[in-house]
Design a protein around this ligand. Sequence first.
Ligand code: GLU
Length: 559
Amino acid sequence: MINDKMGIVIGSDNMTNKLLADLLYPNVTMTIEDCEKKYPERNLKEGAMVTRFAPSPTGRVHMGSLFASFIPEVFARQTDGTFILRIEDTDGKRTIENGIQLILDDLKDYNFQIDENPIDGGEYGPYIQTERLEIYRAFARYLVEIGRAYPCFCSEEELDAMRKEQEEKKERIGYYGKYAKCRNLTYDEVKKHLDNGDKFVLRLKSMGDFNKKIVFKDLIKGTIELPQNDIDHVLIKSDGVPPYAFAHVVDDHLMRVTHVTRDDSYISSVPYHLELWNAFGFKVPKYAHLLPLCIKDGETVRKISKRKDPEAAISFYSERGIPEEAVKLYFATLLNSNFEEWYLQNQDKSYKDFTFTFNKMSKSGPLFDLEKLLNISKNYISKLSKDEVYYNLVKWAKTYDNDFYALITKYEEYTKNILNIEREQRKPRKDYACYSDIKGQIFYMYDELYNDIKYDWGSITDIDEIRKILNLYLEKYYDVSDKDVWFEKIKLLSEELGYAGNMKDYRDNPEHYKGSVADISNVLRVSLTSSQVTPDLYEIMRLLGKERIEKRMEAILEK
Ligand code: GLU
């Protein structure tokens, strides 16, 4: 039977594609029209992007994949679009137990707003590819019906032999041209195979010509020209599961994805993917191929690696208490080259207030720089209010430092006041790059942590002189009622002991003095904190209170 409208003639026996489709997929009742109805165009405002992160459930999110998911999330958010998490698990071997939940948890920890995902659902699901096999079969059947797909019964051995022959003849590897043996099977031959119980894969009937070019636009790389695809790739494997390419076209179409952001390694497959889109006659989404996050390794630059780089794991950040927002701010600097300058001028704003664009994305792999991330983090934490820092610190300590957690929750107000020293002002101190930095820098504020003290005395190290200073201070000059008064008293103390009360006097005539008020202040500071480097001493003393100050100074006097 010849049916020109169906347009396919397989082998010498003519038949309609419809008959072939019935033969291959007798039980597929769902049609692509059903799917079109079930998953209609989204009702979003003009310019809204529908984006997705589509990992295989092979493990926790790491810095590379976190960055790769940050990008589509940012674009969906800033255009009031939709961000989807889709799990691509058609390669079952790589799936780990609980993998989906772990990925979702990691993304949620970073406050990504995921509008549709496998666990919370959505209107365009299922969002796990192995739960969409029926849909793929409907689309596969459709391609058979329109003459763009055919069954292939070649065995592994035959395919191996073909590959060897191609290698020997130095020809391109793949199922194409004269090597595409099953492309011309007759209906009867197909039927015979099926009656025999032979397994088949479904292949694309490619119409491409490798000697011709296809030109397409990548949102990051610009215009790209590659040879057309002419390989009859596998659309559905013999177990009914599609490989990546076919599945992503069906999914991105039905989920109404407008912007596909994915790894750069897919770029060479775009001609094949475009052939699939065109075979269906679907509107092609925009593609943006992302360069992987790279890291400096000695003299070379390479892709960041879960195995080699401890800072690739997101546990590295959670354990240290590096704020998620700081990591995202850092990502923003990697995402658009003009972000950093904008942020410097808009420090009170969030990265969400910036308009990111694809064309400001780097065309070479973004280089991951932990030091820079920590600097951004320092800056970020310095701008938080005392309540925010306290809340985040408690949250971090609850998981990573139980003793400290107990202490800071016991002394909540006191701790907040400590965290507020030189904060909530125009130029706040930038002491902490992460929450795990804090304890080591404020331990002296808690008697519980202030033991086995090693004093780091500065210019004055003579213990008798130190005693003299502390004694006189407690006897005559202790006063924290007001900052000016407090300092005035320290000046008087200095002068009484032969130190300049005024720095200018000291600089003008250093030989007239034993030292200056700075040396005296330093003795007071070290006697209370053990350290020469602390935030504002007046604030520290006010918070410590008279009793604790006396106790600490007396402990030194008694030694
Ligand atoms: N599942 C693919 C991967 O993990 C994602 C590709 C895509 O985003 O389309 O590499």
